[in-house]
Design a protein around this ligand. Structure first.
Ligand code: SF4
Length: 429
């Protein structure tokens, strides 16, 4: 019996690893030489609403699927070993792992078997049993099945902390090409239902009366509807959309659907389907990384997509981060005086993050800042120095061209190549 469960766990944790909503799930490291800890498939990490990092059991309910999305390892036509957990098996595994302190929560997704509602019902039932029969208060992230009914989406939100429906392919044309069984509206509809229910719940406080729980569901009574909100994932590089299109779509999701996160998953070549990029050409990790950096600038630094990219330049620079790329294109804004520039502009200086910008504003209230204080505040001097005016800065910014600054920064790891190299300055690179 346990052997069969172990086999299912191997198959269904492996199939779940392509969902990047939990970032460390691809790790596979054996504990050798009596070391401490063991990174294995099936356990991943996520951040809760209050910023805690929690480990999650990350599995599919099943990798059987009636659909045939070209980019997916679980697609109908793929010749892989199939398995399916029962609802009770997932509940028991979660509780057992939780009691042994392996995990603090569950991330549950699924292939679609029979139809969307049949699958969604079972996902909801897992969460409901955990909350109501086991009084489980750990974190639960449920995937919503495209095309699931409004009622089931609303039920899912009563028991799960976070819900997500993966948009997968950024545009409708791409979806038609690679996932012809899926309709974009089937993914947008649950997102809208969730957005409305989350808004309603936040307005009313814990447990909206329109989504009343059965009396037996007492442990969940005081829960907000999906308190950790909703997220989505886009597969990058399986179709030809440039970064500009991807970021515009993500921005629209943040604004219209109030998503907490959009995850960018570089396409992993797992199929020889001729609609896909050739095997052997995986999306470089750096593209994912640059998209996350741009996404961060849009959500937290006040940048718009149009400031970062344009029709003439629709792809992010792979060599330098998007904030530095923006600064080099807008040198007329700089240099900024660190002691007088307002907070919004401070955040736009390469090398100055959100926290260091706040610290600068706090500290300069008492006395003008000297450059050697900036490093202690977390400023990356090797980048910032080309864009700031600051008391004591060994070399004030000169009239360098953007390309020169770019080269200085790219070679900053080899500071001896810098024309103004000084050992004192090198300490801060
Ligand atoms: S519906 Fe989901 S699980 Fe099924 S083939 Fe498409 S992406 Fe894979």
């Amino acid at each position: 019996m346990w052997d069969r469960i172990k086999e299912k766990l191997g198959i269904l944790a492996d199939s779940a690893k392509y969902d990047v909503s939990c970032a460390s799930s691809g790790s596979k490291r054996k504990n050798e030489n009596k070391g401490l800890g063991n990174a294995s498939n099936g356990i991943c990490h996520a951040y809760t609403e209050d910023g805690r990092c929690v480990s999650l059991l990350k599995i599919l309910l099943t990798n059987h699927c009636i659909y045939d999305c070209a980019y997916c390892v679980s697609r109908r036509s793929n010749d892989v070993k199939r398995a399916a957990f029962t609802v009770q098996e997932v509940v028991d595994l979660t509780i057992n792992f939780y009691r042994r302190n392996y995990i603090e929560g569950l991330f549950l997704s699924s292939g679609i078997f029979k139809n969307a509602d049949y699958t969604m019902e079972r996902l909801v039932l897992v969460a409901k049993k955990l909350r109501t029969e086991h009084n489980f208060n750990g974190y639960i992230h449920l995937k919503l099945v495209p095309g699931a009914s409004k009622e089931l989406v609303e039920q899912a939100g009563q028991f799960a902390d976070r819900l997500s429906v993966n948009i997968e392919i950024p545009t409708e044309e791409g979806l038609r090409l690679l996932a012809p069984d899926k309709k974009r509206e089937d993914m947008l509809h649950p997102m809208r239902v969730l957005k409305n229910a989350i808004d309603e719940s936040a307005d009313r406080g814990p447990r909206p009366s329109s989504l009343a729980l059965p009396a037996a569901a007492s442990p969940a009574k005081s829960r907000l509807f999906a308190p950790a909100g909703q997220s989505t994932q886009m597969v990058i590089g399986a179709t030809a959309e440039p970064d500009l299109t991807i970021l515009k779509i993500a921005d629209a999701f943040y604004k219209k659907m109030k998503l907490r996160r959009v995850y960018y998953s570089g396409y992993v070549p797992i199929s020889t389907d001729n609609r896909l990029p050739a095997i052997g050409t995986p999306v470089p990790l750096i593209r994912e990384n640059r998209l996350y950096q741009a996404d961060w600038l849009i959500r937290w630094y006040g940048f718009s997509v149009d400031e970062l990219l344009s029709a003439n330049q629709p792809s992010l620079d792979m060599e330098i981060d998007p904030k530095l790329a923006w600064a080099l294109q807008n040198l007329h804004v700089f240099p900024l005086d660190i002691n007088t520039a307002d907070l919004l502009l401070l955040k736009r200086i390469p090398g100055i993050g959100l926290q260091s910008a706040e610290r600068i504003v706090q500290a300069r209230r008492y006395s003008p800042l000297h450059w050697d204080q900036l490093k202690k505040m977390g400023v990356a001097i090797n980048r910032a120095r080309y864009f700031i005016i600051c008391k004591g800065l060994p070399q004030q910014p000169k009239d360098y061209a953007a390309e020169q600054i770019r080269q200085f920064i790219l070679s900053a790891g080899h500071s001896k190549y810098h024309p103004n190299f000084s050992p004192q300055l090198a300490l801060f690179q």
